[in-house]
Design a protein around this ligand. Structure first.
Ligand SMILES: [Fe+2]
Length: 280
């Protein structure tokens, strides 16, 4: 009898633990935003930029898969840091239909902007179905431009003395990094925005030395403790999240995403990154 009771209690405890973990993974962690702070040293950075704040926001995935108010609330918290620069590294929407364009307009009424500059690039989800709808990419670019974001599609822009190089998405219809990488001035203070970290392994870098800010992986969204995430949408499985020192004096940073593709996260909290600039 005692043994049977023990087994029954154990099964109940296990059931309760599974329910609690399920609830946490579904309702708590996907909305438990972390502001990750780290230093970013940039070659040739003018000394008056020392200590300035550059904020990275990535993979918002505005759409019908989770409550958009979470993104708006996160934007409000982010703006309170009063960043000097804000960069958006793609996947603004989870595109299903033109409804997402209206939702994007609504959410980006609360756009986080930098005092000195606000820059964005597109991700694969900003290209609509099968990442192949060029017209969707144009419409999203137009909306974000109207909201005050300088959208870079294989282009570069300099705000004061900091030069932002923005690559269009690797899986989209306009991946043409040579268009901008052939024109970079290595004497400038440069920073590359590139949605998909796999591009770091492509032969396109033309002597570039410095940081590459990416997103795309969401850190895998669920990660067993001490093990790599089970699902990563990249060829190079080293590229899951965080800071990775590459060869040729490049540093890759992969943001874990603000939004999510599906409303589940475990051991991979959503992130907005706050870089403090310094001269290298
Ligand atoms: Fe994404």
């Amino acid at each position: 009898m005692k043994r049977r009771k023990f087994i029954k209690r154990g099964a109940l405890a296990l059931g309760g633990l599974s329910l609690a973990t399920g609830f946490y993974t579904w309702q708590v962690e996907p909305f438990w935003l972390e502001f990750v702070k780290l230093k970013m040293s940039i070659p040739n950075l003018p000394s008056h930029f020392e200590g300035k704040i550059l904020m990275q926001i990535s993979d918002m995935h505005v759409g019908n898969r989770f409550d958009r108010q979470y993104i708006i609330d996160s934007f409000k918290k982010a703006q309170a840091f009063n960043p000097d620069f804000v960069v958006y590294t793609g996947d603004f929407v989870s595109y299903e239909s033109s409804e997402q364009l209206t939702q994007l307009q609504e959410v980006f009424q609360h756009v986080v902007k930098g005092k000195l500059g606000t820059v964005g690039i597109l991700g694969n989800h900003d290209y609509g179905k099968n990442w192949s709808e060029e017209e969707v990419a144009h419409q999203i670019t137009d909306i974000l431009t109207q909201k005050g974001i300088t959208m870079l599609r294989n282009e570069q822009v300099t705000f004061e003395d900091l030069n932002f190089i923005g690559l269009d998405d690797y899986w989209g219809t306009n991946f043409n990094p040579q268009q901008v990488m052939s024109k970079i001035d290595t004497q400038k203070a440069n920073l590359v925005l590139c949605h998909n970290p796999d591009v770091a392994d492509e032969p396109i870098w033309n002597q570039y030395e410095g940081w590459i800010l990416s997103g795309h992986t969401h850190g895998g969204q669920c990660k067993p403790p001490f093990l790599p995430p089970l699902m990563l949408p990249v060829k190079n499985k080293q590229y899951s999240a965080g800071k990775i020192i590459l060869d040729d004096k490049r540093t890759l940073y992969i943001n874990r995403a603000l939004g999510h593709l599906w409303q589940v996260r475990f051991n991979v909290r959503p992130e907005i990154t706050i870089f403090e600039l310094s001269k290298s």
